[in-house]
Design a protein around this ligand. Sequence first.
Ligand SMILES: Nc1nc2c(c(=O)[nH]1)N[C@H]1C(S)=C(S)[C@@H](COP(=O)(O)O)O[C@H]1N2
Ligand SMILES: [Mo]
Length: 441
Amino acid sequence: MSAKDHLRKGLHEWYDEDPTEAEHQLWGREGVANSRRGFLQKSALTAMTLALGGKMVFAKHFPMGMIPAGLAHSNEPFQLPGKHPGLVVLNDKPINAETPPHLLDDKVTPNELFFVRNNGIPPTDINLENWTLTIEGESANQKKTYTLAELKSKFQHYTYQLTLECGGNGRKEFNPPAKGNQWSTGAVGCANWTGIRLKDVLQDVGIGNDAVYIGYYGEDTHLSGDPNKVVISRGVPITKALEDESLIAWAMNGKDIPRLNGYPLRLVFGGYPASCSGKWLSKIVIRNQVHDGPKMTGQSYRVPCKPVAPGSKVEDEDMCIIEQMPVKSLLTFPKTGATIRLGQQLPIRGHAWTAETHIARVDFSINFGANWQACVIEPAANRYAWQHFNAKISFPEEGYYEVWVRATDNTGTTQPMLLPGWNPRGYLNNACHRIAIKVVS
Ligand SMILES: Nc1nc2c(c(=O)[nH]1)N[C@H]1C(S)=C(S)[C@@H](COP(=O)(O)O)O[C@H]1N2
Ligand SMILES: [Mo]
Protein backbone atom coordinates (compact mmCIF):
# COMPACT_ATOMS: atom_id res chain seq x y z
CA MET A 1 0.00 0.00 0.00
CA SER A 2 1.41 3.41 -0.95
CA ALA A 3 1.92 6.21 1.52
CA LYS A 4 -0.81 8.08 -0.32
CA ASP A 5 -3.34 5.39 0.53
CA HIS A 6 -2.18 5.50 4.13
CA LEU A 7 -3.16 9.16 4.28
CA ARG A 8 -6.76 8.21 3.64
CA LYS A 9 -6.69 5.58 6.36
CA GLY A 10 -7.15 5.88 10.05
CA LEU A 11 -4.15 6.49 12.23
CA HIS A 12 -4.58 3.22 14.13
CA GLU A 13 -4.99 1.06 11.05
CA TRP A 14 -1.82 2.56 9.72
CA TYR A 15 0.18 2.02 12.90
CA ASP A 16 -1.14 -1.53 13.23
CA GLU A 17 0.11 -2.42 9.81
CA ASP A 18 3.61 -1.00 10.00
CA PRO A 19 4.44 1.18 13.02
CA THR A 20 7.94 2.07 11.83
CA GLU A 21 6.78 3.15 8.42
CA ALA A 22 3.86 5.06 9.95
CA GLU A 23 6.23 6.94 12.21
CA HIS A 24 8.53 7.59 9.31
CA GLN A 25 5.75 9.11 7.23
CA LEU A 26 4.15 10.98 10.10
CA TRP A 27 6.99 12.51 11.96
CA GLY A 28 9.70 12.98 9.38
CA ARG A 29 12.37 11.19 7.45
CA GLU A 30 15.36 11.53 9.78
CA GLY A 31 13.15 10.70 12.72
CA VAL A 32 13.08 7.06 11.82
CA ALA A 33 16.19 6.77 9.70
CA ASN A 34 18.22 7.60 12.79
CA SER A 35 15.97 5.85 15.24
CA ARG A 36 18.42 3.11 16.06
CA ARG A 37 19.55 5.37 18.87
CA GLY A 38 16.07 4.83 20.26
CA PHE A 39 14.61 8.28 20.45
CA LEU A 40 12.92 10.69 18.13
CA GLN A 41 15.12 13.12 16.26
CA LYS A 42 14.59 16.85 16.18
CA SER A 43 12.62 17.15 12.93
CA ALA A 44 10.34 14.35 14.07
CA LEU A 45 9.75 16.26 17.27
CA THR A 46 8.86 19.43 15.38
CA ALA A 47 6.15 17.60 13.46
CA MET A 48 4.92 15.85 16.60
CA THR A 49 4.82 19.12 18.52
CA LEU A 50 2.60 20.61 15.84
CA ALA A 51 0.26 17.64 15.87
CA LEU A 52 0.04 17.40 19.67
CA GLY A 53 -0.27 21.16 20.17
CA GLY A 54 2.72 21.25 22.51
CA LYS A 55 6.20 19.92 23.07
CA MET A 56 6.44 16.30 24.22
CA VAL A 57 8.64 16.95 27.23
CA PHE A 58 10.00 13.44 27.82
CA ALA A 59 10.18 12.55 24.12
CA LYS A 60 13.45 10.73 24.57
CA HIS A 61 11.66 8.05 26.62
CA PHE A 62 8.68 7.78 24.26
CA PRO A 63 8.58 4.26 22.76
CA MET A 64 8.98 3.96 19.03
CA GLY A 65 5.91 2.74 17.18
CA MET A 66 3.45 3.87 19.86
CA ILE A 67 0.71 6.37 19.03
CA PRO A 68 0.78 9.34 21.41
CA ALA A 69 -2.33 9.12 23.62
CA GLY A 70 -3.11 12.70 22.65
CA LEU A 71 -3.86 11.43 19.16
CA ALA A 72 -5.05 7.95 20.02
CA HIS A 73 -8.61 8.91 20.92
CA SER A 74 -9.43 9.63 17.32
CA ASN A 75 -9.18 7.44 14.31
CA GLU A 76 -9.59 10.37 11.98
CA PRO A 77 -7.78 10.01 8.67
CA PHE A 78 -4.26 11.33 8.89
CA GLN A 79 -4.09 15.08 9.07
CA LEU A 80 -1.30 17.30 7.76
CA PRO A 81 0.45 19.16 10.58
CA GLY A 82 -1.23 22.51 11.17
CA LYS A 83 -3.96 21.74 8.62
CA HIS A 84 -7.71 21.06 8.77
CA PRO A 85 -8.72 17.38 8.36
CA GLY A 86 -11.10 18.37 5.55
CA LEU A 87 -8.27 19.22 3.17
CA VAL A 88 -8.03 16.73 0.32
CA VAL A 89 -4.53 15.29 0.06
CA LEU A 90 -3.64 14.76 -3.61
CA ASN A 91 -0.08 13.64 -3.03
CA ASP A 92 2.18 13.21 -0.02
CA LYS A 93 5.59 13.12 -1.74
CA PRO A 94 5.69 16.04 -2.11
CA ILE A 95 2.72 17.15 0.00
CA ASN A 96 -0.10 18.65 -2.05
CA ALA A 97 -3.51 19.28 -0.55
CA GLU A 98 -6.52 21.29 -1.70
CA THR A 99 -9.48 22.87 0.09
CA PRO A 100 -13.02 21.78 -0.88
CA PRO A 101 -15.17 24.79 -1.92
CA HIS A 102 -17.49 24.72 1.11
CA LEU A 103 -14.44 24.98 3.41
CA LEU A 104 -13.37 28.19 1.63
CA ASP A 105 -16.48 30.02 2.85
CA ASP A 106 -14.59 32.34 5.24
CA LYS A 107 -14.04 35.87 3.96
CA VAL A 108 -10.36 35.51 4.80
CA THR A 109 -8.97 31.97 4.50
CA PRO A 110 -7.77 30.66 7.91
CA ASN A 111 -4.23 29.25 8.00
CA GLU A 112 -5.38 25.67 8.60
CA LEU A 113 -7.61 25.81 5.51
CA PHE A 114 -5.03 27.27 3.13
CA PHE A 115 -4.02 24.82 0.37
CA VAL A 116 -0.52 23.35 0.21
CA ARG A 117 1.50 22.95 -2.96
CA ASN A 118 5.01 21.66 -2.38
CA ASN A 119 7.48 20.63 -5.07
CA GLY A 120 10.04 19.27 -2.61
CA ILE A 121 10.49 18.54 1.09
CA PRO A 122 9.96 21.48 3.45
CA PRO A 123 12.83 22.31 5.81
CA THR A 124 12.36 20.94 9.33
CA ASP A 125 15.29 22.32 11.26
CA ILE A 126 14.40 26.02 11.28
CA ASN A 127 16.30 28.34 13.59
CA LEU A 128 14.88 31.87 13.53
CA GLU A 129 18.10 33.36 14.92
CA ASN A 130 20.11 32.03 11.98
CA TRP A 131 17.60 32.57 9.19
CA THR A 132 18.88 35.08 6.65
CA LEU A 133 17.75 36.56 3.35
CA THR A 134 20.40 37.43 0.78
CA ILE A 135 19.69 39.76 -2.14
CA GLU A 136 22.07 39.54 -5.08
CA GLY A 137 22.34 41.70 -8.17
CA GLU A 138 24.09 40.67 -11.37
CA SER A 139 27.20 42.65 -10.37
CA ALA A 140 29.35 41.63 -7.40
CA ASN A 141 28.95 44.89 -5.47
CA GLN A 142 25.17 44.40 -5.29
CA LYS A 143 24.79 41.92 -2.47
CA LYS A 144 23.33 42.22 1.02
CA THR A 145 22.33 39.71 3.66
CA TYR A 146 19.71 40.46 6.32
CA THR A 147 18.71 38.52 9.39
CA LEU A 148 14.99 38.16 10.10
CA ALA A 149 15.35 40.68 12.92
CA GLU A 150 16.99 43.18 10.56
CA LEU A 151 14.23 42.81 7.98
CA LYS A 152 11.64 43.41 10.69
CA SER A 153 13.35 46.43 12.23
CA LYS A 154 14.76 48.15 9.17
CA PHE A 155 11.72 48.29 6.87
CA GLN A 156 8.16 49.47 7.29
CA HIS A 157 5.56 46.74 7.85
CA TYR A 158 2.51 46.31 5.62
CA THR A 159 -0.48 43.98 5.65
CA TYR A 160 -2.39 43.14 2.47
CA GLN A 161 -5.11 40.64 1.79
CA LEU A 162 -3.77 38.69 -1.18
CA THR A 163 -5.23 35.81 -3.17
CA LEU A 164 -2.84 33.00 -4.09
CA GLU A 165 -3.93 30.54 -6.74
CA CYS A 166 -1.82 27.73 -8.18
CA GLY A 167 -1.45 28.01 -11.97
CA GLY A 168 -2.65 24.39 -12.18
CA ASN A 169 -5.87 24.91 -10.20
CA GLY A 170 -8.68 23.23 -12.19
CA ARG A 171 -6.25 20.97 -14.07
CA LYS A 172 -8.48 17.95 -13.38
CA GLU A 173 -11.00 19.05 -16.01
CA PHE A 174 -8.66 19.14 -19.00
CA ASN A 175 -9.09 16.58 -21.74
CA PRO A 176 -6.86 15.01 -22.88
CA PRO A 177 -5.66 15.07 -19.27
CA ALA A 178 -2.50 16.87 -18.23
CA LYS A 179 0.07 15.26 -15.95
CA GLY A 180 0.56 16.76 -12.50
CA ASN A 181 -1.57 17.23 -9.40
CA GLN A 182 -5.21 16.78 -10.38
CA TRP A 183 -6.45 19.94 -8.65
CA SER A 184 -10.18 20.46 -8.84
CA THR A 185 -11.10 23.93 -7.53
CA GLY A 186 -9.27 24.19 -4.22
CA ALA A 187 -5.71 25.36 -4.95
CA VAL A 188 -6.68 28.90 -4.00
CA GLY A 189 -6.97 30.96 -0.83
CA CYS A 190 -6.93 34.57 0.32
CA ALA A 191 -5.18 35.52 3.57
CA ASN A 192 -3.92 38.63 5.30
CA TRP A 193 -0.17 38.65 4.74
CA THR A 194 2.13 40.81 6.87
CA GLY A 195 5.70 41.67 6.04
CA ILE A 196 7.70 44.25 4.17
CA ARG A 197 7.54 45.49 0.62
CA LEU A 198 9.88 43.63 -1.71
CA LYS A 199 10.63 46.95 -3.42
CA ASP A 200 11.89 48.53 -0.18
CA VAL A 201 14.44 45.75 0.23
CA LEU A 202 15.43 45.74 -3.46
CA GLN A 203 15.94 49.51 -3.34
CA ASP A 204 18.05 49.17 -0.21
CA VAL A 205 20.37 46.88 -2.15
CA GLY A 206 20.22 48.90 -5.36
CA ILE A 207 18.44 47.97 -8.57
CA GLY A 208 20.56 48.23 -11.73
CA ASN A 209 19.14 50.00 -14.80
CA ASP A 210 19.34 46.69 -16.61
CA ALA A 211 17.15 44.81 -14.08
CA VAL A 212 14.28 42.96 -15.77
CA TYR A 213 13.38 40.08 -13.44
CA ILE A 214 13.81 38.74 -9.93
CA GLY A 215 14.20 35.07 -8.97
CA TYR A 216 13.82 33.35 -5.59
CA TYR A 217 15.52 30.48 -3.79
CA GLY A 218 14.07 28.64 -0.78
CA GLU A 219 15.32 26.18 1.80
CA ASP A 220 13.28 23.14 0.79
CA THR A 221 15.06 19.95 -0.30
CA HIS A 222 14.79 18.28 -3.70
CA LEU A 223 12.79 15.03 -3.73
CA SER A 224 15.96 13.20 -4.78
CA GLY A 225 17.48 14.24 -1.44
CA ASP A 226 20.40 15.84 -3.32
CA PRO A 227 21.24 18.99 -1.28
CA ASN A 228 22.74 20.67 -4.36
CA LYS A 229 19.59 20.35 -6.46
CA VAL A 230 17.25 23.36 -6.45
CA VAL A 231 13.58 22.36 -6.02
CA ILE A 232 12.07 25.36 -7.75
CA SER A 233 13.37 28.88 -8.47
CA ARG A 234 10.85 31.10 -10.17
CA GLY A 235 10.27 34.83 -10.15
CA VAL A 236 8.45 37.82 -11.59
CA PRO A 237 9.20 40.74 -13.92
CA ILE A 238 10.80 43.67 -12.06
CA THR A 239 7.65 45.78 -12.66
CA LYS A 240 5.63 43.23 -10.66
CA ALA A 241 8.34 43.02 -7.98
CA LEU A 242 8.12 46.80 -7.48
CA GLU A 243 4.35 46.91 -6.89
CA ASP A 244 3.21 48.07 -3.44
CA GLU A 245 1.40 44.77 -2.74
CA SER A 246 4.44 42.57 -3.52
CA LEU A 247 5.50 41.34 -0.09
CA ILE A 248 8.20 39.46 1.75
CA ALA A 249 5.94 38.08 4.47
CA TRP A 250 6.49 36.43 7.85
CA ALA A 251 2.90 36.39 9.09
CA MET A 252 -0.35 34.98 7.79
CA ASN A 253 -3.56 36.21 9.43
CA GLY A 254 -1.53 37.66 12.30
CA LYS A 255 0.18 34.34 13.10
CA ASP A 256 3.38 32.65 11.99
CA ILE A 257 3.04 31.29 8.46
CA PRO A 258 2.31 27.53 8.76
CA ARG A 259 5.37 25.37 8.21
CA LEU A 260 3.88 23.84 5.05
CA ASN A 261 3.15 27.33 3.63
CA GLY A 262 6.69 28.68 3.92
CA TYR A 263 7.54 29.42 7.57
CA PRO A 264 9.38 31.57 8.49
CA LEU A 265 9.56 33.77 5.36
CA ARG A 266 8.02 33.80 1.89
CA LEU A 267 7.22 35.97 -1.08
CA VAL A 268 3.58 36.80 -1.80
CA PHE A 269 2.49 38.09 -5.20
CA GLY A 270 -1.27 38.41 -5.65
CA GLY A 271 -2.54 38.13 -9.24
CA TYR A 272 0.34 35.93 -10.47
CA PRO A 273 0.54 32.12 -10.38
CA ALA A 274 1.27 31.20 -6.75
CA SER A 275 4.39 29.38 -7.98
CA CYS A 276 6.03 32.85 -8.10
CA SER A 277 5.52 33.23 -4.34
CA GLY A 278 8.66 31.50 -3.07
CA LYS A 279 8.38 29.75 0.31
CA TRP A 280 11.10 29.23 2.96
CA LEU A 281 12.73 32.22 1.28
CA SER A 282 16.50 32.63 1.71
CA LYS A 283 17.72 34.33 -1.47
CA ILE A 284 16.48 36.71 -4.14
CA VAL A 285 18.46 37.41 -7.30
CA ILE A 286 17.97 40.55 -9.41
CA ARG A 287 18.38 39.50 -13.04
CA ASN A 288 19.24 41.42 -16.22
CA GLN A 289 17.43 38.71 -18.21
CA VAL A 290 14.29 36.67 -17.65
CA HIS A 291 15.06 34.41 -14.67
CA ASP A 292 15.95 30.88 -15.77
CA GLY A 293 15.84 28.83 -12.56
CA PRO A 294 14.23 25.35 -12.35
CA LYS A 295 10.52 25.48 -13.38
CA MET A 296 10.90 28.85 -15.15
CA THR A 297 11.90 27.29 -18.46
CA GLY A 298 10.69 24.55 -20.85
CA GLN A 299 6.99 23.77 -20.38
CA SER A 300 6.69 24.59 -16.65
CA TYR A 301 4.16 27.28 -15.74
CA ARG A 302 3.92 28.15 -19.43
CA VAL A 303 1.09 27.95 -21.95
CA PRO A 304 1.20 27.94 -25.77
CA CYS A 305 1.78 31.51 -27.00
CA LYS A 306 -0.96 30.86 -29.59
CA PRO A 307 -4.01 28.59 -29.04
CA VAL A 308 -3.48 24.94 -29.99
CA ALA A 309 -5.79 21.98 -30.64
CA PRO A 310 -6.34 19.73 -27.57
CA GLY A 311 -3.64 17.08 -27.34
CA SER A 312 -1.10 18.97 -29.47
CA LYS A 313 2.59 18.70 -28.77
CA VAL A 314 4.00 22.20 -28.42
CA GLU A 315 7.71 23.02 -28.79
CA ASP A 316 9.37 24.80 -25.84
CA GLU A 317 10.03 27.93 -27.91
CA ASP A 318 6.29 28.25 -28.59
CA MET A 319 5.43 28.28 -24.88
CA CYS A 320 5.04 31.62 -23.01
CA ILE A 321 5.42 32.32 -19.28
CA ILE A 322 2.14 32.73 -17.38
CA GLU A 323 1.97 36.18 -15.81
CA GLN A 324 -1.47 37.57 -14.78
CA MET A 325 -3.91 34.90 -13.61
CA PRO A 326 -7.36 35.00 -15.26
CA VAL A 327 -10.58 36.34 -13.69
CA LYS A 328 -12.33 33.63 -11.66
CA SER A 329 -14.97 32.91 -9.01
CA LEU A 330 -15.95 30.16 -6.59
CA LEU A 331 -19.26 29.30 -4.92
CA THR A 332 -18.53 28.48 -1.29
CA PHE A 333 -22.13 28.18 -0.01
CA PRO A 334 -24.14 26.03 -0.18
CA LYS A 335 -22.23 22.79 -0.61
CA THR A 336 -22.97 21.11 -3.92
CA GLY A 337 -25.90 18.68 -3.64
CA ALA A 338 -27.88 20.82 -1.17
CA THR A 339 -31.66 20.36 -1.04
CA ILE A 340 -34.25 23.11 -0.43
CA ARG A 341 -38.02 23.26 -0.37
CA LEU A 342 -39.94 24.81 -3.21
CA GLY A 343 -41.00 28.34 -2.25
CA GLN A 344 -37.91 28.92 -0.13
CA GLN A 345 -35.15 31.17 -1.39
CA LEU A 346 -31.66 29.72 -1.62
CA PRO A 347 -28.89 31.99 -0.32
CA ILE A 348 -25.63 31.59 -2.27
CA ARG A 349 -22.24 33.16 -1.64
CA GLY A 350 -18.61 32.96 -2.68
CA HIS A 351 -15.58 34.91 -3.84
CA ALA A 352 -14.32 36.36 -7.13
CA TRP A 353 -10.81 37.52 -8.00
CA THR A 354 -8.78 39.07 -10.81
CA ALA A 355 -5.24 40.23 -11.54
CA GLU A 356 -6.72 43.51 -12.81
CA THR A 357 -7.88 46.23 -10.42
CA HIS A 358 -11.24 44.81 -9.29
CA ILE A 359 -14.27 42.63 -9.98
CA ALA A 360 -17.01 44.69 -11.63
CA ARG A 361 -19.84 42.14 -11.42
CA VAL A 362 -20.72 38.57 -10.58
CA ASP A 363 -23.77 36.94 -12.15
CA PHE A 364 -25.51 33.65 -11.49
CA SER A 365 -27.55 31.40 -13.74
CA ILE A 366 -29.91 28.53 -12.89
CA ASN A 367 -30.57 27.60 -16.53
CA PHE A 368 -27.09 26.68 -17.76
CA GLY A 369 -26.19 30.19 -18.86
CA ALA A 370 -29.32 31.03 -20.91
CA ASN A 371 -30.08 33.92 -18.52
CA TRP A 372 -27.94 35.62 -15.91
CA GLN A 373 -28.85 37.69 -12.85
CA ALA A 374 -26.60 39.99 -10.87
CA CYS A 375 -25.22 39.07 -7.44
CA VAL A 376 -24.45 41.66 -4.76
CA ILE A 377 -20.67 42.20 -4.62
CA GLU A 378 -18.56 43.65 -1.84
CA PRO A 379 -15.52 45.89 -2.43
CA ALA A 380 -12.03 44.37 -2.14
CA ALA A 381 -9.91 45.00 0.98
CA ASN A 382 -7.16 46.02 -1.49
CA ARG A 383 -6.03 45.16 -5.01
CA TYR A 384 -5.48 41.36 -5.46
CA ALA A 385 -7.83 40.48 -2.57
CA TRP A 386 -10.79 38.37 -3.53
CA GLN A 387 -14.23 39.97 -3.35
CA HIS A 388 -17.30 38.39 -1.80
CA PHE A 389 -20.60 38.01 -3.60
CA ASN A 390 -24.01 36.80 -2.54
CA ALA A 391 -27.52 36.40 -3.93
CA LYS A 392 -30.87 34.84 -3.08
CA ILE A 393 -32.32 32.49 -5.65
CA SER A 394 -35.94 31.48 -6.28
CA PHE A 395 -36.69 28.31 -8.25
CA PRO A 396 -39.81 27.89 -10.44
CA GLU A 397 -40.59 24.22 -9.73
CA GLU A 398 -39.30 21.01 -8.12
CA GLY A 399 -36.34 19.27 -9.69
CA TYR A 400 -32.62 19.26 -10.31
CA TYR A 401 -30.82 22.54 -10.95
CA GLU A 402 -27.29 23.78 -11.28
CA VAL A 403 -26.20 27.17 -10.03
CA TRP A 404 -23.44 28.62 -12.18
CA VAL A 405 -21.54 31.81 -11.32
CA ARG A 406 -19.53 34.06 -13.61
CA ALA A 407 -17.31 37.00 -12.61
CA THR A 408 -16.42 39.98 -14.81
CA ASP A 409 -13.54 42.32 -13.97
CA ASN A 410 -13.05 46.05 -14.51
CA THR A 411 -11.67 45.48 -18.03
CA GLY A 412 -14.90 43.70 -19.04
CA THR A 413 -13.15 40.34 -19.19
CA THR A 414 -15.32 37.46 -18.03
CA GLN A 415 -15.07 33.71 -17.40
CA PRO A 416 -15.76 31.07 -20.03
CA MET A 417 -18.66 28.76 -19.21
CA LEU A 418 -16.74 25.71 -20.38
CA LEU A 419 -13.02 24.89 -20.37
CA PRO A 420 -10.76 27.60 -21.77
CA GLY A 421 -7.86 26.88 -24.14
CA TRP A 422 -6.35 23.42 -23.72
CA ASN A 423 -2.63 23.50 -22.93
CA PRO A 424 -0.13 20.66 -22.41
CA ARG A 425 0.35 21.13 -18.65
CA GLY A 426 -3.25 22.00 -17.77
CA TYR A 427 -2.92 25.56 -16.47
CA LEU A 428 -5.35 28.48 -16.20
CA ASN A 429 -8.71 26.73 -16.07
CA ASN A 430 -11.07 29.55 -15.11
CA ALA A 431 -14.33 27.98 -16.32
CA CYS A 432 -17.44 28.95 -14.31
CA HIS A 433 -17.88 27.07 -11.05
CA ARG A 434 -21.18 25.20 -10.67
CA ILE A 435 -23.03 23.39 -7.93
CA ALA A 436 -26.00 20.99 -7.96
CA ILE A 437 -29.23 21.91 -6.13
CA LYS A 438 -32.34 19.80 -5.58
CA VAL A 439 -35.67 21.53 -5.06
CA VAL A 440 -38.31 19.39 -3.38
CA SER A 441 -41.88 20.04 -2.28
N1 LIG B 1 10.41 27.10 -2.04
C1 LIG B 1 9.27 26.77 -2.64
N2 LIG B 1 8.38 27.75 -2.92
C2 LIG B 1 7.20 27.45 -3.52
C3 LIG B 1 6.90 26.12 -3.90
C4 LIG B 1 7.84 25.10 -3.56
O1 LIG B 1 7.63 23.91 -3.82
N3 LIG B 1 9.01 25.47 -2.94
N4 LIG B 1 5.72 25.84 -4.55
C5 LIG B 1 5.15 26.96 -5.32
C6 LIG B 1 3.85 26.68 -5.89
S1 LIG B 1 3.82 25.81 -7.34
C7 LIG B 1 2.70 27.20 -5.34
S2 LIG B 1 1.18 26.98 -6.11
C8 LIG B 1 2.73 27.95 -4.07
C9 LIG B 1 1.81 27.29 -3.07
O2 LIG B 1 1.77 28.00 -1.87
P1 LIG B 1 1.08 27.35 -0.59
O3 LIG B 1 1.61 25.96 -0.44
O4 LIG B 1 1.40 28.24 0.54
O5 LIG B 1 -0.41 27.31 -0.86
O6 LIG B 1 4.02 28.03 -3.52
C10 LIG B 1 5.07 28.22 -4.45
N5 LIG B 1 6.32 28.44 -3.76
MO1 LIG C 1 1.61 25.99 -8.24
